[in-house]
Write a protein that binds this ligand. Sequence first.
Ligand code: GMT
Length: 378
Amino acid sequence: MTIGIVCYPTFGGSGVVATELGLALAEHGHEVHFITYKQPVRLELLSRHIHFHEVSVPDYPLFHYQPYELALSSKLVDMVKLHKIEVLHVHYAIPHAYAGYMAKQMLKEEGIHIPMVTTLHGTDITLVGNHPHYKPAVTFSINKSDVVTSVSESLKEDTLRLFDVNNGIEVVPNFIDVAKHSNTSYTDCQRDLMAEPNEKIITHISNLRKVKRVVDVIEIFDRIQKKIPARLLMVGEGPQKDRCEQLCEEKGIEDKVVFLGNSSEIDKILCFSDLFLLPSEKESFGLAALEAMASGVPVISSNTGGLPEVNEHGESGFLCEVGDVDNMAKHALEILSSEETLRRFKAQAKEIAKRFDTKKIVPLYENVYKKALQKSKQ
Ligand code: GMT
C-alpha cells in the first residue's frame, strides 16, 4: 500500500506515534510518504520505503496568519497524484483532517478517490478542538473522514460526548517496540552520569505545558527527596519550565533537579530511571508512560483520561486523583522502599507494556486502511 502520513513533526506524542507508525509500516513493505512542514524529529530516512515531502508556506506581507491548511491541502493533492498515494492518514484533527478533506474533494474533481483516516490524539479533542472557534470545523472533519480512530476508549468517549459525531470511532491504542526497549538491562546504562550510586532517579518527560501539571512533579519529588536520596530529571522544553526552575530554587532543591531540555536519547534516560512521574490534568493515553513502562520504569500518574488503560494500579505503578501530590509521593516511596519492591514493579511495568507492542497494534492500522479503501470504493 502507498500511504500518506500527515502529522506534527515536533516533539509531542501525536508526531511520535505517526513517525513510529510510518517506520513500522515501511518495515512491512508499505511505501510511506510523510507530508508536513518539517522532517519529524524521530524520522530516520534510511529506508527506501520512507519519503518526506516538506510543506512550505510562502510569506506574503498581506498575511497576518500564514495559510498552512491551504498549502498542506495543495501539497497533498500534488503528492497523491505524483506518488499514487492510496490512503491518507492524518494525525491530530486540527488542521490536518480539515486540510485532508479539502485535498480529498479537490482530487475527487479529477476523478481520484482517496480515503482519509483521521486519528484523534487528545488535545485536538479535549483542549483545543473543543474551543468554540474550532468546534464546527473539527466536527465536520471528523464526520467526513472515511475512518476515525482514537488512541484510547477514554478519548473515544470524550469525542462522542463533546462533539456531534455521526461517524464510527475505532480505538487503536498507542504502541511501543518492546524488543527495542528490552535491549538494555537495568544496570548497563551509565547511571553514574546522572546520580550518586545511593540516589534514586525520578524522571518526567513532556512538553512542560500546563496540562502536564509539572509543578506537581516538583512537589512530588520534593516530598520524595525529603525521605530518600533522589534526583529528578526533567526532560523537555515548554512554557512551565521557568516556573519549575523557580520552584526548585524556592524549595532549595535546585542541585537535585536536572533540566535536560529536549532529548533524542529518551531510551538511555529511561534506562537509568527508577520511577516515572506523569501527574497530568488531562491525558488521552500517555505515550510517555508507556515508553517508561517498556523500559521497565514504574509509573506514578494521575487517573485522568486514558491513563488507567495504560498504567495498572498496584502493578505497573499507581494512579491517584489529579493534584493529589501527597498520595503520589506516598506511592512513589512505597515503590522505592526496597530493592525487592522496585524490581517487582519494574518487571510488572515491562510485562504490561507488552500489551501495546508494535507487532500487535500496527496490523490494526493496516486493517483500518483496508477498511477505508473499501469504503471509498463503495
Ligand atoms: O500532550 C502531549 O504531550 C502532546 C500530545 C500530542 O498530540 O502531540 O499528546 C497527545 O497524544 C499522545 C499520542 O497519542 C497521547 O499519548 C497523549 O496522551 C496526548 N496528550 C494529551 O491528551 C494531553
